[in-house]
Write a protein that binds this ligand. Structure first.
Ligand SMILES: [Zn+2]
Length: 342
């Protein structure tokens, strides 16, 4: 049994000075690829599901896949996280299902498309913090909006995070982790040229980290979109336009400045689809799904392992024992965020 809260996982990452990859899942092969990578590198890990994933796979299937992961890989601390919750109700249902962490994305209204104002964001996030912390569950909030639209989430507009607001937001809501917008987008098409520090607005992370040194920062849309994965996909009939993601060295720079959770989804999608296209092209006579799902799973595992090593989480799986949800409730009461009102 190695289910942990994301708060503990991120606290430990802060102590160790590393970041933890949060990988999205919709199905069995993704869960297996991520857990196998975690075992081979000895990494703690965050597995997350969007609302789209919960709908695609059905909640109960996803939950039990994740439960199976903790049984098969008992040595790996794993946090189960709701990615981009659009309302307190979505977060509540995730908590009831057994997730140990939820994201309340109040940067957007409940439709997950319309940018929300600061007051709404504070109100709805604080509400979820009270509900979740009362059960020991971690909360991630978001300030500012990312570009791109994925799984039906996103306004398509970029609004960079304002560091002054970030300080006020963390103080007023009591969130455990804060997603910041620094100019990245969800999906494969993040940048039309290799991004530099300007384009990535890394200075926002540095400033927030200076002013909130104990806050756990989260980078969304942080796939690196490696050229070799795009090239492989295109070589076997794919049509991915030239595109750049977030370079791993910039993520490592962020990790030096308080980034503890790094969301990666697109890179696994590219790896899996490239492997499947290659398998289809190489033997059109094959029709056993295992023939192409196996190399897809291998390709995803390879990407996840590389990220775990780059983020520094490799080798840290055995550092700590999981803290119970009850103990987390007690700690939150001490912190005082269960009693505040706005
Ligand atoms: Zn996101």
């Amino acid at each position: 049994m190695a289910l942990v809260t994301m708060r503990q996982l991120l606290d430990e990452a802060a102590k160790g000075g590393y970041g933890v990859g949060a990988f999205n899942v919709n199905n069995l092969e993704q869960v297996q690829a991520i857990m196998e990578a975690a075992r081979e590198t000895g990494s703690p890990v965050i597995i997350q599901a969007s609302r789209g994933a919960r709908k695609y796979a059905n909640d109960r299937f996803l939950y039990h896949l994740m439960q199976a992961a903790t049984e098969v890989y008992p040595e790996i601390p794993v946090a189960l996280h709701q990615d981009h919750g659009n309302s307190p109700e979505t977060c509540r249902s995730a908590i009831e299902l057994g997730f140990t962490s939820v994201m309340m994305d109040g940067s957007l209204m409940e439709d997950a498309k319309t940018p929300a104002d600061f007051a709404y964001n504070v109100r709805v996030t604080h509400h979820v913090v009270e509900m979740a912390h009362g059960r020991g569950v971690t909360v991630e909030g978001e300030l500012g909006t990312l570009g791109g639209i994925e799984d039906d989430v996103g306004s398509g507009e970029v609004h960079l995070t304002d560091p002054d607001q970030a300080v006020e937001f963390v103080e007023r809501t009591g969130v455990d982790a804060l997603a910041v917008a620094i100019g990245t987008s969800h999906g494969a098409y993040k940048f039309t040229k290799e991004p530099d520090r300007e384009l990535l607005a890394m200075s926002i992370i540095e400033e927030i980290n200076q002013r909130l040194p104990t806050a756990h920062l989260v980078m969304h849309g942080s796939s690196s979109v490696p050229k070799e994965l795009v090239d492989l996909l295109n070589r076997y009939g794919g049509e991915i336009r030239p595109t750049w993601g977030v370079p791993v060295r910039e993520i490592q720079e962020g990790i030096k400045h308080g980034v503890r959770k790094v969301n990666v989804d697109t890179d696994l999608r590219l790896a899996a689809t490239g492997a499947i296209r290659k398998a289809f092209a190489e033997d059109p006579g094959e029709f056993d799904p295992r023939y192409y799902l196996k190399p897809a799973r291998e390709a995803m595992k390879k990407v996840v392992k590389a990220r775990m090593e780059a983020f520094g989480q490799a080798g840290h799986a055995g550092d700590y024992e999981p803290i119970s949800l009850e103990e987390m409730v007690r700690r939150y009461k001490e912190e005082g965020h269960l009693l505040t009102t706005d």
